[in-house]
Design a protein around this ligand. Structure first.
Ligand code: PLP
Length: 366
């Protein structure tokens, strides 16, 4: 069976370093917010090209903390409206709702699966205060349009970069440095994945970074002094230690993912399969390789009988989820079509040439 994602194989490459790092961590006796978190924050801010990085507990908390910090700064207030692409992982919506804000669903492009910027304008009201730009499946959203639109309407731009570590927009700016603040997830399956949960926020805004740092640690900037009702949303020291090791290989891993994607795009030739749009640049880090097929169940069964595992990201659209039932009457035909017909093929930095060839051949005979 060709696994959808072989996480053990991905992490086995770092086994010796992990063991060494764990021994040092154990010996240090410092298990929360120590040198490894501080080092990771410096390393990841440098990697993204931002002034600040704050390590946090996971990607959902990263998003919530950004919104809550803007509320604490008086930039956002209860019930402000936030533009969210209708086609995203549910966390993007949950974060907005947890922060006491109102999500406004906007349809994606069928080509890139990212927010259709031409659709944003009609959803703008006096209450609209921010756009949550999700770089879905690893491809950066149309940030030029989003940023100029935000400037015109005086909106914040928050990146949900949970799937796009290391993606480069146009010339040299990275995901995480394309708006006012960005959230990352280090869930194990991500391009930069921890061995457990983890997340980070990047920003160039000093005041925002200061509030987020405080909020993630019980609203405290001085031990046992609490100036706001904060959270326990810290990045684990041991996860930061693992991430410091893995970050060194991220660009190489992303390049490998792009190579796999290029082979799929040039060699899969089957009219029943719609391949993802890709402009051949580094703006895509192929966290996922997502195709469209009409008979999804038939296609998945066919691949399974040929020993190829697939997944669906995601089988049910956010507005059709029980948790978001208040939005179930929304008409979002592109989002619904995507959710009905998408399938994710195996892609990773450790997939072999032979496995890629096998996937291509099997799909071409479907
Ligand atoms: C687009 C997107 N946003 C947010 C998240 C939330 O991240 P986490 O699972 O670390 O909370 C994820 C990943 O799960 C994601 O894919």
């Amino acid at each position: 069976m060709i696994k959808f994602l072989d996480l053990h194989k991905i992490n086995a490459r770092f086994e010796t370093q992990f063991h060494e790092q764990f021994q040092q961590f154990l010996n240090s006796g410092h298990y929360i917010l120590g040198n490894q978190v501080a080092a990771f924050e410096t390393n990841y801010a440098n990697f993204c090209g931002t002034k600040h990085c704050i390590g946090v507990s996971n990607g959902l908390d990263a998003l919530i903390l950004i919104f809550k910090a803007y509320k604490e700064l008086g930039v956002l207030k209860e019930n402000d409206e936030i533009i969210v692409p209708a086609n995203t992982f549910i966390a993007s919506f949950f974060a907005v709702i947890h922060a006491g804000l109102k999500p406004v669903f906007v349809e994606p492009e069928l080509t890139t699966y990212n927010i259709a910027t031409s659709e944003i304008e009609k959803h703008i009201t006096a209450k609209t205060k921010a756009i949550l730009a999700v770089h879905l499946y690893g491809q950066i959203a149309d940030m030029s349009s989003i940023n100029s639109f935000a400037k015109k309407h005086n909106l914040l731009v928050i990146e949900d970069a949970a799937q796009a570590h290391g993606a480069i927009y146009k010339t040299n700016k990275k995901a995480g440095n394309l708006g006012d603040a960005a959230a990352f997830s280090f869930y194990p399956a991500k391009n930069l994945g921890a061995l457990g949960d983890g997340g980070a926020i990047t920003t160039n805004n000093d005041a925002l970074a200061k509030v987020i740092k405080k909020l993630r640690n019980y609203g405290s900037s001085k031990k046992y002094m609490h100036d706001s009702v904060g959270f326990n949303n810290r990045l684990d020291e041991i996860q930061a230690a693992f991430l410091n090791i893995k970050l060194q290989k991220l660009d190489e891993d992303n390049a490998k993912r792009r190579e796999v994607a290029k082979r799929f795009i040039s060699e899969i030739k089957n009219k029943k399969v719609t391949l993802p749009f890709y402009n051949n640049s580094k703006n895509h880090v192929f966290h996922l390789f997502v195709i469209l097929v009409d008979d999804r169940t038939g296609f998945i069964n066919y691949l399974n009988t040929h020993e190829i595992e697939t997944l669906i990201h995601y089988p049910v659209a956010p507005h059709k989820q029980e948790a978001l039932k208040d939005f179930k009457s929304l008409k979002l035909p592109i989002t619904e079509l995507i959710h009905k017909n998408i399938v994710s093929l195996p892609i990773s930095p450790v997939i072999t040439t032979q496995e890629i060839t096998q996937i291509i051949q099997i799909i071409n005979t479907y």
